[in-house]
Design a protein around this ligand. Structure first.
Ligand SMILES: *Cc1c(COP(=O)(O)O)cnc(C)c1O
Length: 474
C-alpha cells in the first residue's frame, strides 16, 4: 500500500480501479429498464412501507460501497414511480429518450461544472450549439440567448428578472444598484389561468401578487385578447403556451404585436407547450410566439430529456445578463460562452449534455413525430373515454392534455383514488372551472395505442368498483 494516501483514499481509488460497483449499478439499472415498462406504475404498499428502512442515523463508520448500492436498489427502486413507462400520466411530466439517458450516464462520469468555459469547454460548446438549435427549431430571431436551468420555474424567474431589469432601466432606475425599495412601478398583466410557478416568480421578484392586472380567460383557459388592458413600456405581459390543465395556448400573434407596439415585455411560460412550435401539424398553436421577449420551456417534459432540464430564452441579452450577472476578481472571462451569465447559479451540472444528445438524436423529424404522437394518443384517450359510462371529457384536445370529470366531484375524487390504487396507470386530480377533474397528460414517447387502451380499461374498472362500493355501502 502507498503510505502517502489515507485509508479512505485507498478504498476509493480501489473502487475507481476495479469498477465492480459501476457494473453493479449498471446491472441494477438494466434490470430496472427491463421491468419498468410493464410493472405497477405507483409503488406497491409493501414498497412504500419498506421506505422505513431509510430512517436511520448517519452511519459512524465508512461502509461498503457495494452494500450501499444493494440497499438503494432493494428499497429504492420499488418505491419509484414508473415514470419513464407509457402509462404514467401525472401532472405534466415526461419519460426519457434512451440516447439522452445514455448521454447523461456518460456525463455523470465526466462530472462537469458548467459555470465557465475555462472550467468546462465541452459544456460551453454544447450550450452554444443548442442555443442555436432552439432558435432554429422555434423560428426565433438570432439575438435570442438561452440559459440552461433546472426547470421552467427557474426559467420563469429568470425571464421575470430580465423584464424587471429592463422595465425599470427604461424609467432610469438600476435595480442592481438601487434595489426595489422606492423603485418606479412596473405593471404585471397575466391571464387568470397563469401557472402557479409564475405566481411564485412574481412573489420572489417583489412585484406582489396584489399588483397583478388579471385578464379573464375563455372556456379553454386562454387569455381573452379583447380584455387585455392598454399596455405600455412599463408593462410585463405574461402569456402561456400550454395551459397546465387543458393544454390550451394564448393567442400570441395578436398579443405580441400589441405588446411590441406599446414597448411592453412579453414573457411566455411554455413549459411543455412551446414544443408544439416544433411540430408541423401543431405549430399553428404557437403562431407569433417568436415575437415575445422571453420564454421558459422544459426539456424534461415534452422533449423527454432526463431530469432536470429547463431552458430560459431571452431576446434582450443585455437585460438577462445584467439581471443574472455576478462579478468577482477570480472570474476569467473567455471569448467563448461563459454559461453562468445566463443562469442564477454559478456551479451547476452539465445538463446540456443530455439535452444536446436528445436533440442530436431526434432531429427535427424525430421531435415532430414524437410530440405529434403524444397529441394523437391524447386524442385517442379522449375519444375512448367518451364511450365509457361515467366519464366526460371537458376540454378541446389541442395538444396533449385531457380533462375528465365524473357526475359529481365526489365521484371524480373516488375514481381518481381507485385508478391510482389499481396501479395500471397513474393520473392525478386538478380543478377546472370550479369542478374536480382527472387530468391525463400524455407526455411520454413510450405511450402506445395499447397503453391507452389498457388505461381506459382501468378507468372503466375503477368506475365499476366505485359504483359497486356504492351498492354495498362503502
Ligand atoms: C410544469 C410547469 C411549470 C413548472 O415547470 P418545472 O419544470 O416543474 O419547474 C411551469 N409552467 C407550466 C405551464 C408547467 O406546465
Amino acid at each position: 500500500m502507498n503510505k502517502n494516501i489515507t485509508p479512505i483514499q485507498e478504498k476509493m481509488f480501489q473502487e475507481m480501479e476495479n469498477k465492480t460497483i459501476f457494473e453493479q449499478a449498471q446491472n441494477y439499472s438494466f434490470q430496472y429498464l427491463n421491468e419498468v415498462f410493464d410493472r405497477n406504475i405507483f409503488p406497491t404498499e409493501e414498497a412504500l412501507l419498506n421506505l422505513e428502512q431509510f430512517n436511520e442515523d448517519i452511519p459512524t463508520e465508512t461502509g461498503n460501497a457495494s452494500k450501499v448500492l444493494e440497499f438503494l436498489n432493494r428499497f429504492g427502486a420499488p418505491a419509484t414511480m414508473a415514470q419513464i413507462g407509457g402509462r404514467y400520466y401525472g401532472f405534466v411530466n415526461g419519460s426519457v429518450v434512451p440516447t439522452g439517458l445514455a448521454a447523461k450516464l456518460m456525463a455523470s462520469f465526466w462530472d462537469q461544472n458548467t459555470a465557465m468555459n475555462v472550467i468546462s469547454p465541452i459544456a460551453s460548446k454544447l450550450e452554444t450549439v443548442v442555443e442555436k438549435w432552439l432558435r432554429q427549431l422555434f423560428g426565433m430571431p438570432d439575438n435570442v440567448v438561452a440559459g440552461f436551468v433546472s426547470g421552467t420555474s427557474t426559467a420563469n424567474l429568470c425571464g421575470l428578472a430580465a423584464a424587471r431589469y429592463r422595465l425599470l432601466k427604461k424609467q432610469g432606475w438600476d435595480i442592481n444598484e438601487q434595489g426595489l425599495f422606492g423603485a418606479p412601478k412596473i405593471r404585471i398583466v397575466t391571464g387568470k389561468h397563469a401557472h402557479s410557478s409564475l405566481m411564485k416568480a412574481i412573489s420572489l421578484m417583489g412585484f406582489g401578487k396584489q399588483n397583478i392586472e388579471w385578464v379573464e380567460v375563455d372556456d379553454q383557459g386562454r387569455i381573452r385578447p379583447e380584455l387585455v388592458p392598454e399596455l405600455d413600456e412599463y408593462t410585463l405581459l405574461a402569456l402561456q403556451a400550454g395551459n397546465v390543465n387543458s393544454g390550451a395556448f394564448d393567442p400570441f400573434e395578436e398579443l405580441c404585436e400589441k405588446a411590441n407596439k406599446a414597448g411592453a415585455w412579453v414573457h411566455i411560460d411554455g413549459a411543455f407547450g412551446l414544443w408544439a412550435g416544433a411540430v408541423d401539424r401543431l405549430k399553428h398553436l404557437t403562431k407569433g410566439m417568436e415575437k415575445a421577449t422571453s420564454w421558459a420551456v422544459d426539456g424534461h417534459k415534452t422533449l423527454n430529456t432526463p431530469y432536470d432540464s429547463g431552458i430560459m430564452m431571452c431576446a434582450d441579452e443585455e437585460a438577462i445578463v445584467s439581471a443574472l450577472h455576478m462579478t468577482g476578481g477570480y472570474i476569467i472571462l473567455s471569448k467563448e460562452r461563459d454559461p453562468m451569465f445566463y443562469t442564477p447559479e454559478m456551479s451547476r451540472r452539465a445538463r446540456i449534455i443530455e439535452l444536446w444528445a436528445t436533440m442530436k438524436y431526434l432531429g427535427r423529424e424525430g421531435i415532430d413525430q414524437m410530440v405529434y404522437g403524444m397529441h394523437e394518443r391524447a386524442v385517442q384517450f379522449a375519444e375512448a373515454l367518451q364511450e365509457v359510462e361515467g366519464y366526460e371529457v371537458l376540454n378541446d384536445i389541442v395538444f396533449n392534455q385531457v380533462l375528465v370529470k365524473c357526475e359529481t366531484d365526489e365521484l371524480t375524487e373516488r375514481a381518481i383514488q381507485k385508478i391510482q390504487d389499481l396501479r395500471e396507470c397513474w393520473v392525478g386530480g386538478s380543478t377546472w372551472m370550479g369542478r374536480k377533474v382527472i387530468r391525463v397528460s400524455i407526455c411520454s414517447w413510450a405511450t402506445t395505442v395499447e397503453d391507452v387502451k389498457r388505461s381506459v380499461e382501468s378507468f372503466e374498472q375503477a368506475m365499476r368498483e366505485v359504483k359497486l362500493g356504492d351498492l354495498f355501502g362503502g
